[in-house]
Write a protein that binds this ligand. Structure first.
Ligand SMILES: [Zn+2]
Ligand SMILES: [Zn+2]
Length: 326
C-alpha cells in the first residue's frame, strides 16, 4: 500500500526537508549504504508531502483530486507527467488520469493522442508546443468541462473494440451509437487499439463516405481540438462527397457557418429549430452536370433549404443572388 501524502503548510515542510538534508551530510561521510538509503526515506516523504501541499484546493485530499485540481488550473496547456507526480505525491499518477478520463469523463488527452488529432485537423497551439506534444509523458485537459456520459461511452467503446470489425467500421459504429454527442480523440484512439491511423479513418468517413462528422475545422468551430461529433445519421449524397476539406472549410468560413438562403445558424439555434439540423454544401452548377468543386460553385445550405433546392423550389439564380449579396 502506497503511503498517503500528509498535507501541511508548505513552508513548514520545506524547513523540515532542509533539516533532513543537512543531517544527511553526516551519513554521506560515514559511507554506510544501508544507513544512507534509510536516512533518505523521511526526506523523500517530506518532499512528496511538500509537492502535494502546493495544491491549495481544500477538497483535494486524494492524489486523484490533486491531479484534477492541477489540470483544471491549466486547461488547454500541455503538462509533463512529472508535474502530476509532484502534486499527486505518488508515482502511479497515470492510473489516476485514466480514472479521471474513463470514470469521471474529464477530457484528459495523452500528448500522443492529442498530437495525432492536431496533426490531422490543425490547432492554434504554438508550433513549439506541438513539437513537444507526444514526445514524452505529457497530458492535456482540453476543456474544463466534465462529461457525465463518458463512463457509459467507455463501456460501449470497450464492447466495440473487442469485435472483429475493421478500424473504420468500429469508428463508424461508435459514432452512430453516439449520434449528436461529443466524442474525444482519446476514445477513437482506444477503439483503434492505439493505432495512429484513427484520424485518417475518421477523415475518410467524412470525406469519402459522406458521414457528417463535424470538428472545429469542419463545420463546428465551437468544438475544442480533438473532439468529434456525428451530426446526423445519414450519409451525404454521393455527388457532395468529393469536396476537398480545404475547399469545404473555405466555403463554410465565407458563409459564416450559416445557411446562405434562410440564415440558419447551427451554433445559435440547434435546439430552437427541430427540422434544421445540419449545414451542407450544395453545388450551384450540379456536380453531375460538370459543376466544379470550387468556392465559386459551392454554397452553404441547411438541410431543409438543401432539400428544397434539389426539389426545384429554390432556383439557381436565387442562390447566386444570395451569394452576390455579401
Ligand atoms: Zn436554410
Ligand atoms: Zn446539393
Amino acid at each position: 500500500m502506497a503511503r498517503r501524502s500528509k498535507r501541511n503548510d508548505p513552508e513548514i515542510l520545506r524547513k523540515k526537508l532542509v533539516d533532513l538534508l543537512v543531517d544527511f551530510e553526516k551519513k554521506l561521510l560515514e559511507q554506510n549504504l544501508r544507513d544512507q538509503v534509510r536516512a533518505l526515506i523521511p526526506a523523500n516523504h517530506q518532499l512528496r508531502d511538500l509537492g502535494s501541499s502546493l495544491v491549495k484546493d481544500e477538497n483535494a485530499d486524494s492524489a486523484r483530486d490533486r491531479v484534477l485540481s492541477y489540470l483544471r488550473k491549466y486547461p488547454g496547456v500541455l503538462v509533463q507527467g512529472d508535474e502530476l507526480m509532484i502534486v499527486a505525491g505518488i508515482s502511479e499518477y497515470a492510473r489516476r488520469i485514466r480514472e479521471l478520463r474513463v470514470e469521471n469523463g474529464w477530457p484528459v488527452f495523452t500528448g500522443q493522442a492529442y498530437k495525432e488529432a492536431v496533426e490531422d485537423e490543425g490547432s492554434d497551439m504554438p508550433a513549439t508546443d506541438i513539437l513537444s506534444v507526444g514526445k514524452t509523458d505529457t497530458y492535456i485537459l482540453t476543456e474544463d468541462k466534465q462529461d457525465r456520459d463518458a463512463a457509459h461511452r467507455w463501456n460501449l467503446a470497450n464492447e466495440i473494440r473487442k469485435s472483429n470489425l475493421g478500424v473504420k467500421s468500429k469508428l463508424l459504429k461508435y459514432f452512430r451509437e453516439n449520434l449528436g454527442k461529443r466524442i474525444t480523440g482519446e476514445e477513437l484512439k482506444y477503439l483503434a487499439k492505439g493505432a495512429s491511423e484513427w484520424p485518417r479513418r475518421v477523415r475518410e468517413l467524412r470525406t469519402e463516405d459522406g458521414w457528417p462528422i463535424a470538428t472545429r475545422m469542419t463545420g463546428m468551430p465551437s468544438l475544442p481540438v480533438g473532439v468529434y461529433l456525428l451530426e446526423e445519421d445519414r450519409q451525404a449524397p454521393v455527388h457532395d462527397r468529393k469536396i476537398p476539406d480545404s475547399v469545404r472549410v473555405k466555403v463554410l468560413e465565407r458563409d459564416d457557418f450559416c445557411c446562405r438562403f434562410c440564415g440558419w445558424d447551427p451554433e445559435k439555434s440547434r435546439l430552437a429549430d427541430r427540422y434544421r439540423s445540419i449545414l451542407e454544401l450544395h453545388h450551384i452548377e450540379h456536380h453531375a452536370k460538370g459543376g466544379a468543386n470550387t468556392q465559386e460553385n459551392l454554397i452553404t445550405l441547411c438541410n431543409i433549404c438543401h432539400d428544397d433546392t434539389h426539389r426545384g423550389n429554390i432556383s439557381k439564380s436565387s442562390l447566386l443572388q444570395k451569394l452576390k449579396g455579401s
